[in-house]
Design a protein around this ligand. Structure first.
Ligand code: PLP
Length: 386
């Protein structure tokens, strides 16, 4: 640990094995993983189909670079485009990088429209990554502090506030809006129904690109392939990462229409992005999510969890809200509750606290009913005792 930069305040526990929704530590204690490595392991740990795909590809070919065609990358692009209604994909290695691609597309799109200093609208409470441009887009001062000067070119508005964005229509330098369909790090915040659809209409009227950061919400998490599909919205740009490789690093920036035409040879790139290993695994992730009907499963499990937590916690004096969509759930308390994480750990349960007072749950989509009930029982008891 002494040789690791202290960028994370880590818990003391170290896991050495995983199976399904369970993780084991060196002492052989098991823990129910209700955070999935932060919305990454949607198919749980050591899923046999993924292990098989990765090992098979590892014995064949890992990397050739994007100087050449890469068959699994082309297949993965086709699959993601088919599922999302987008036109094309750029592959990279993380969520921040996917958003960097989106930001570059927005600026280049603006430049081609003759906007010399294009502006991108972003929201308060948002999280888009830790690179300089994405932390500048992020709406959390803690993420930005100490790294000034920030990258310019962003206009910040409150989340879930259409009027604030509509008011920007007078300006002639806005080129895009970047928003999360549900804010994850920001505290599992759901906008009012109709927000995304109205935002899409507003963007169309003004020729702004609607760019959705689905890094956390994408790939079945909220009970549909992509969270924007709950409102039948197809954006101009959509970014993915987290669950796409179930833990194998891969990100994607999907684009549609004019946005898909912006990047020309030489304008963007990545050495590792979209290599054989990552794309072979991601293809298997997408195939398995479909085969096991896990988007539907996320939807029904989410309802079970919401109902279970509501039955035990609603009306309790310290519980402000119980909310979520599919398997992206937040329980907002009226006090900073970071210590619940260690209390849960002692009970064999991995949870996360975000925005200081919101317990965030992002369990694997393969969670079984009995495991969901263990989660409801254990966490509700802890909250009632807190
Ligand atoms: C996690 C996250 C990111 C950043 O992804 P990294 O892979 O950590 O770079 C960006 N946007 C959202 C919404 C996220 O949840």
């Amino acid at each position: 640990m002494n040789f690791i930069m202290p960028t994370y305040a880590r818990l003391e526990v170290a896991f050495n094995r995983g199976q399904g929704v369970w993780l084991w530590d060196a002492q052989g204690r098991r823990y129910l993983d209700a955070i999935s490595g932060i919305a990454v392991c949607n198919l749980g740990h050591a899923h046999p189909a993924l292990t098989r795909a990765l090992c098979e590809q590892a014995g064949r070919l890992w990397h050739t670079s994007n100087l050449y065609r890469i068959a699994p990358q082309e297949e993965l692009a086709e699959e993601l485009v088919r599922l999302s209604g987008m036109d094309s994909a750029f592959f990279c290695n993380s969520g921040a990088e996917a958003n960097e691609a989106a930001l570059k597309i927005a600026r280049a799109y603006g430049q081609t429209r003759g906007v010399v200093e294009p502006k991108i609208v972003v929201c308060e409470g948002s999280f888009h990554g830790r690179t300089l441009a994405t932390l500048s887009a992020t709406g959390n001062p803690k993420v930005q502090q100490g790294f000034e000067p920030l990258v310019p070119g962003f206009i910040r508005v409150p989340y879930d506030d259409l009027a604030a964005i509509a008011a920007l229509a007078e300006r002639d330098d806005v080129v895009a809006v970047l928003v999360e369909p549900i804010q994850g790090e920001g505290g599992v915040r759901l906008p009012k129904p109709g927000y995304l659809a109205a935002l899409k209409a507003l963007c169309e009227q003004n020729r702004w690109l609607l760019m959705l950061d689905e890094v956390q919400t994408g790939l079945g998490r909220t009970g549909s392939w992509f969270a924007c599909q709950h409102e039948n919205v197809v954006p101009d740009v959509m970014t993915l990462a987290k669950a796409l490789g179930n833990g194998f690093p891969i990100g994607a920036c999907l684009a549609k229409g004019e946005a898909a035409e912006v990047l020309k040879p030489g304008m963007h790139g990545s050495t590792f992005g979209g290599n054989f290993l990552a794309c072979r695994v991601a293809l298997e992730v997408v195939k398995t999510l479909a085969q096991e009907r896990l988007t539907e499963r996320a939807r029904s499990l989410g309802e079970r969890l919401l109902a279970g937590f509501s039955a035990r916690l609603e009306g309790h004096s310290h519980v402000r809200a119980i909310r979520g969509r599919g398997l992206m759930l937040g329980i907002e308390l009226d006090f900073p509750c970071a210590r619940l994480v260690e209390a849960a750990l002692k009970k064999g349960l991995l949870i996360n606290v975000t925005a200081s007072s919101v317990v965030r749950l992002l369990p694997p989509l393969i969670l079984e009913d009995a495991e969901a009930d263990f989660l409801i029982h254990t966490l509700s008891t802890l909250i009632l005792e807190a």
